[in-house]
Design a protein around this ligand. Structure first.
Ligand SMILES: NC(=O)c1ccc[n+]([C@@H]2O[C@H](COP(=O)([O-])OP(=O)(O)OC[C@H]3O[C@@H](n4cnc5c(N)ncnc54)[C@H](O)[C@@H]3O)[C@@H](O)[C@H]2O)c1
Ligand SMILES: [Zn+2]
Ligand SMILES: [Zn+2]
Length: 361
């Protein structure tokens, strides 16, 4: 039996998104059908709409979600109907080179549903990040469902499915932030603020927020930034050095992903410090740095996909910290919206008015 549900689809590059009826198949081997309860609007959804990720239109947007497993296909043992789950885009395979070396957070072959969801006329949809959760129901690989404590509401739990996990993990997993560190975060949207929250959780002593928007800087301070720098008003490299005894920060996180912010991150770090790129650049962007500076400054230049997270390890742990009051996930939810307000949410994101608009179904 197939399911007819309402979902947010973008048919071609730069077209406005619209709510359409789509067809979701019953789960087959290794698949799960999930009734979506909440899904955050991430900047990556907008990248999809702009054709920045691929040309496989039409896309079914939304990928930062939580919901209830409605049905599972053959061979599924890890989740059962009725389970409250966060959807992830790293369903590790257990067989690839990275998995076999004990580094499943770098899995090269993560699973998605094999069957395709379609438009009513049979046109196959490409679900964003293999999820497609601006929909009443979606079909995923069972490994994309991570069971968490249902005491956390779906609006907050779903945030771990992408941006908030990416930011927290960029600080804690990729950047290895630890007690006493100085950390600078460039770009304080949902991802950057999560990096700030992660740095605070890990015990950083100095956390410097950099953005071009004063409202974002005020919010960053609420997440625990000890200093804020508006990089339209002063050089962030000089500001970070001034605030760290002339040295630069131990870890600098670029949560924008543009050549100019990467260059700022590169020069705002301490000698032998770490740069973490978590913002996603577009294909036309290049960077030109003196190779002698790359060599001479030592340290590490890293990128962070999904905060190098392992959903089965990190999602339940972070939900536990949230429920104990040690990680403020509610603060990321700027507004709750209906499925047909995603286009407006993109506009608000563009204007910098929200951290996360969360679609509630
Ligand atoms: N690596 C991953 O796994 C992963 C996961 C999710 C999102 N992302 C990416 O992270 C980035 C941020 O996502 P988001 O949802 O927080 O976006 P957002 O639009 O909410 O936030 C971006 C922030 O950057 C600020 N900004 C823009 N230009 C700037 C500049 N030149 N200098 C300083 N600040 C600047 C904006 O004012 C805004 O506060 C996006 O590129 C997104 O695609 C990456
Ligand atoms: Zn693997
Ligand atoms: Zn995302």
């Amino acid at each position: 039996m197939a399911h007819e549900v309402r979902a947010v689809v973008v048919r071609e590059k730069d077209a406005p998104v619209g709510v359409e009826t789509i067809i979701v198949p019953d789960p087959g081997l290794g698949e799960a059908l999930v009734r979506v309860q909440a899904c955050g609007v991430c900047h990556t959804d907008l990248h999809y709409r702009q054709g920045g990720i691929s040309d496989d239109f039409p896309f079914l947007l939304g990928h930062e979600a939580a919901g209830i497993v409605e049905a599972v296909g053959d061979g599924v043992t890890d989740v059962d109907p009725g389970d409250f789950v966060v959807l992830n885009w790293r369903a590790v395979c257990g067989r690839c080179r990275a998995c076999r070396r004990g580094r499943p957070q770098y899995c090269f072959d993560t699973a998605n549903a094999t069957q395709r969801m379609t438009l009513a006329d049979g046109t196959e949809l490409s679900p964003a990040l293999g999820i497609g959760a601006f929909a009443e129901k979606t079909l995923v690989a069972a490994g994309q469902c991570t069971r968490v404590d249902p005491a956390a509401g779906p609006e907050v739990a779903g945030l771990l499915g992408c941006g908030v996990m990416a930011g927290l993990g960029a600080a804690i997993n990729t950047g290895g932030v630890t007690r006493g560190d100085s950390v600078a975060v460039i770009g304080c949207g949902g991802v950057g603020d999560a990096a700030i929250a992660g740095a605070v959780l890990a015990g950083a002593a100095t956390v410097i927020a950099v953005d071009v928007d004063d409202r974002k800087l005020r919010w960053a301070a609420e997440f625990g930034a000890t200093h804020t720098v508006n990089s339209r008003e002063r050089s962030p490299v000089e500001a970070v050095r001034d605030l760290t005894g002339g040295n630069g920060a131990d870890v600098v996180i670029d949560a924008v992903g543009r050549p100019e912010t990467y260059r700022q991150a590169f020069y705002a770090r301490d000698l032998a410090g770490t740069v973490v790129l978590v913002g996603v650049p577009t294909p036309d962007m290049t960077i030109d740095l003196p190779l002698l500076d790359v060599f001479g400054r030592g340290g590490a230049l890293k990128s962070s996909w999904y905060g190098d997270c392992l959903p089965s390890r990190d999602f339940p742990m972070l939900i536990d910290l949230y429920l104990k009051g040690r990680l403020d996930l509610d603060r990321f939810v700027s507004e709750r919206i209906a499925l047909d307000h995603v286009e407006e949410a993109f506009t608000k994101m563009h204007r910098g008015e929200v951290l996360r608009s969360v679609v509630v179904l």
